[in-house]
Design a protein around this ligand. Structure first.
Ligand code: SF4
Length: 302
């Protein structure tokens, strides 16, 4: 496609997408979210901090990990067990980083979900950047469970093994979809304090796609969004303990109390501290998946 055409489409796609999908106070699931007492609609499950790409503008802050690690099966399954003991999950998104980097944990988690969460999780979505084709054990675990679907974020030439991955999924009867992430991303900004007004932060929070669709389970915590989860873990965002649920907090007297705490995070109306370190509500566009050589540090950034 020539450059002029690309520019026009870039502008059009961002305008139309923002208008229809991100910009308005549009929250089709709001009444469901506020009605469901023991179910959550969407959950992001992080199984690794490692990624096969290093995107400069990753909104989840993965580019700031200097020593990213895979998360062990025991840790992820223990968290998932505590959470699914108190709430059902409609859609579970398994991601990283890149989830196929950590195939051992992925296989163990899928087996756990098949064995113990048949009626606690409705749909399982594995989100990949199309750079890794999983091995036989993983393919077998995926094809055993018809709740599983793979979502390929298509980053064009960066998704180096996408065709191979699609062939493997098709050959094994595993469902998949391709999301064409090819035009632009919203810029969430560096994780520094932006001193915006409370009105801006509340509006940004209420409109935020991640707040609605990406409540996150990560290293023992249930968070509003992945940026809050990783920002706190990286020490880049204040650790405000009443804004997320620590699943290992022994103060909880049983799963009923835990359920109430989780549902109150899902339904929270006021912005969280992390929103002060985020500018996705300014709708600034950046090209998608621009790669960096090294992990980021704020020192280098400023
Ligand atoms: S920090 Fe706030 S505005 Fe940013 S992604 Fe999370 S919930 Fe949304």
């Amino acid at each position: 496609m020539n450059r002029v055409m690309r520019k026009i489409l870039f502008g059009l796609s961002s305008f139309v997408t923002d208008l229809l999908y991100r910009r308005p106070y549009f929250d089709a699931e709001s009444s469901q979210r506020n009605k469901l007492e023991d179910e959550i609609l969407h959950l992001d499950l992080v199984i690794t901090e490692c990624c096969s790409l290093k995107c400069r503008d990753c909104s989840n802050l993965m580019q700031y990990y200097k020593h990213p690690e895979n998360i062990s099966s025991d840790e992820v399954i223990s968290d998932l067990k505590k959470l699914t003991d108190c709430v059902r999950i409609r859609e579970l998104n398994v991601l990283g980083g890149e989830p196929f980097v950590n195939q051992k944990t992925l296989c163990d988690v899928l087996c756990f979900l098949a064995r113990e969460c048949a009626d606690r999780v409705d749909a399982i979505n594995i989100i990949t950047n199309g750079t890794i084709v999983p091995g036989e054990a993983c393919i077998n675990a995926m094809k055993e469970d018809n709740r599983i679907r793979v979502t390929l974020s298509n980053y064009g030439p960066l998704s180096t093994r996408q065709d191979e991955l699609i062939r493997s999924l098709s050959d094994n009867g595993i469902g998949y979809q391709i999301i064409d992430d090819s035009f632009y991303w919203l810029d969430f900004g560096r994780p520094v304090y932006y001193a915006e007004s409370p009105e801006f932060k509340n509006r940004q929070y209420r409109n935020c796609y991640n707040r609605k669709n990406c409540n996150t389970l990560y290293r023992g915590g249930f968070y509003v969004c992945p940026r809050q989860a990783h920002g706190i873990h990286l020490g880049l965002i204040p650790d405000d303990r009443d804004e997320y649920v620590d699943l290992n907090d022994h103060g909880f007297k049983g799963s009923e109390e835990l359920r109430r705490a989780v549902i109150s995070v899902v339904r929270r109306r006021e912005h969280i501290s992390a929103c002060g370190y985020c500018i996705n509500g300014k709708y600034i566009h950046v090209p998608r998946a621009v790669q960096e050589d090294h992990s980021r540090s704020l020192d280098a950034d400023i």
